[in-house]
Design a protein around this ligand. Structure first.
Ligand code: SAM
Length: 424
């Protein structure tokens, strides 16, 4: 097998690696190539990097605590290892790590890293170099954490002050997983909903740390994600470890630049492959009893300049033109509570479950501008009549759009369109 690692430990390595997001894999400490080949064979579509001196444990990284001697494991050769692995996706990088990293460039991000370098100083160098370069949800496995002949592994990990979880005793390794940290410091619910598909993709089997407000916490729980919630609205400082995975502002910029929907841009922003179409986030909303409405109106949007909105008088006229219909206006606490006073009712700053239920129960659907409610309607599969003159970033891909310049659309035109749908 050309490896010092037992078959059950290799299988455990693969099991853990399969829980990580897709991305490049690295091994530091290749020796004769056994464990690297095992990884390469298990991940036929990944790029893999193998670092080693291929001249044995390096004297330059030896320290007093070591039991192994410099020069051990020198009975190998980079070319014979390359022949043994026999895989064009595997790049062997000969040299002293981390001096040898120039060979792969600084901006590569890793999904899974297997550190099997025995020496304290080598493990320390791996932590320093790889931790900031791990993808969110990515894992580093440190072999020999519990192995008495390699005391430096435990020492380096303990000194690093990270949260290391030793795996099963038989495995004798420790793992560290880069937390997936979600930033949401502005409460833009629609854009936040857009992060859910990418989070679900990243979180497959991996724990997450989500920093968000209480309403977002509820939403994430519905999406089957169990976040550690923390309210940081007024005190966000980017984490020094650089864990910032979801930055709605960064995703927004990418969406605008590349003409993407926010659900796609968030994949892009965290380095996942971009889905070809906007994705419908999936979450299960608890059903609660609601009053009945024909239409839900959501006229507020922070992203639309005042002069590009559908005027307040038009919203009011729309309601007056349809006297037999029940309208509910929804908005946030900071929105104008008298915006459409002639509607049946107004609900501001309401509980997420309540708003979701209102939308799902509405007879004909939601009438909105591009806003969180429109994103939510998409996620819930609720019909959405939409005023939209923005790019694709925030446009509900299933919406029935009122075409044209928003302020020049008349209430009569809107009513005509609504009546057409009502009679279907
Ligand atoms: C225990 S062996 C690796 C065993 C291998 N993973 C297997 O499947 O059998 C440890 C390897 O780490 C390499 N190594 C340790 N520190 C290193 C460093 N700083 N740079 C490059 N290689 C290093 C040694 O050359 C040695 O081949």
């Amino acid at each position: 097998m050309n490896t010092l690692i037992t078959k059950d430990r290799l299988d455990e390595l693969i099991r853990i690696a399969k829980l990580c997001p897709r991305g490049p894999i690295a091994e530091i400490g290749v020796y004769k190539g056994g464990s690297l080949k095992y990884l390469a064979d298990a991940f036929p579509d990944r790029r893999l990097y193998g670092f080693d001196t291929f001249e044995g444990l390096p004297a330059a990284y030896h320290s007093e605590i070591e039991i192994h001697k410099p020069g051990e494991f020198a009975d190998t050769h980079v070319e014979s290892v390359a022949r043994f692995i026999n895989n064009p996706r595997v790049e062997l990088i000969k040299g002293l790590f981390p001096e040898s990293v120039w060979a792969i460039g600084d901006d590569t991000r890793f999904s899974f890293v297997h550190v099997d370098t025995d020496f304290y100083l080598s493990v320390k160098a791996c932590i320093e170099w790889f931790v900031p370069r791990m993808m969110p949800g990515g894992v580093m496995v440190f072999d020999d954490f519990d192995w008495p002949n390699c005391p430096g592994v435990r020492k380096a990990l303990e000194e690093s002050g990270k949260l290391w979880s030793p795996t099963r005793a038989k495995f004798q390794a420790a793992i560290w997983q880069r937390p997936l940290v979600v930033r949401n410091d502005n409460d833009l619910i629609g854009d936040f909903i857009g992060t859910i598909p990418a989070m679900q993709e990243l979180a497959k089997g991996a724990p997450m740390e989500v920093h968000c407000g209480v309403s977002m916490f509820e939403l994430l729980s519905m999406a089957g994600l169990k976040p550690h919630a923390e309210w940081r609205r007024h005190q966000w400082t980017p984490d020094e470890r650089g864990d910032l995975a979801f930055d709605l502002h960064a995703a927004f910029k990418l969406a605008a630049k590349d003409n993407l929907h926010m659900t796609q841009a968030n994949f892009h922003a965290v380095g996942l492959p971009i889905p070809p179409k906007p994705v419908r986030p999936s979450f299960v909303v608890r059903r609660i009893a609601q009053p009945y409405f024909d239409y839900i109106l959501s006229p507020f949007s922070r992203s639309l300049p005042e002069n590009e909105r559908w005027p307040k008088e038009y919203w009011r006229q729309l309601v007056d033109l349809m006297p037999s219909r029940q309208f509910a206006v929804i908005g946030g606490d900071n929105d104008d509570h008298d915006y459409i006073p002639n509607a049946t009712t107004s609900l501001f700053g309401h509980h997420f479950t309540c708003v979701s239920n209102l939308l799902k129960e509405a007879r004909y659907g939601l009438i909105s501008v591009v806003t969180g409610t429109s994103h939510l309607a998409h996620a819930l599969g609720v019909r959405n009549f939409l005023f939209c003159n923005q790019g694709p970033w925030g446009k509900n891909p299933d919406a029935i759009v009122f075409e044209g310049n928003i302020p020049s659309i008349t209430p009569e035109q809107v009513v005509q369109k609504l009546r057409q749908w009502e009679s279907r």
